[in-house]
Ligand binder design. Sequence first.
Ligand code: AMP
Length: 185
Amino acid sequence: MYLIILGPPGAGKGTQSLLIAEKLTLKHLSTGEILRKAVSDCTELGKKAKEIMEAGNLVSDDIMVGIIKEALSQPDAKKGFILDGFPRTLEQAVQLDKILNELGYTDIKIINITLDDSELVKRMLGRGRKDDTEETIKNRLNVYKEQTAPVRDYYLANSMVFDIYGIGTVQEINAKVLEALGQNR
Ligand code: AMP
């Protein structure tokens, strides 16, 4: 199964992706995790991304598309994958379509987790990540609304989009996602 999980920062995409990847034996591709590792390893990528991430802005489309293209070209993507945190702009979505076409991946399903802003802020403040300060959170929510929210509508035209309301326990949300995917055994 080939999945993309969308949703605002703090909606629980990372947590749900891990559970789904384990249950359905998928490669979990989190661009946020890849970037955080690059920052902690002080690689060239990490040096470029650090300040951008700390401000809650987006790393350039070129860089992100390159990372995803390389990751999806690996043989282990064939067993199935879940993209977590990508695409985050319409340009990334358009480029991803090309990559998926080239690599022969069809029938992509989209999980879109929704949640109210007040709940998102509460969750992010409780998480305590370096980019989870009040100012950065505000910016990340704005960036999400302006640049990432339109990605969900982009997919409505040609893909299956499952909107899931993200209130409840981790297990409850997970059950809803698996049910939407027809995998609730
Ligand atoms: P996340 O863990 O998905 O919340 O990502 C953390 C940060 O990494 C984001 O706030 C962005 O600065 C950066 N990032 C992750 N994925 C992308 C992407 N697809 N495009 C641009 N920046 C990204």
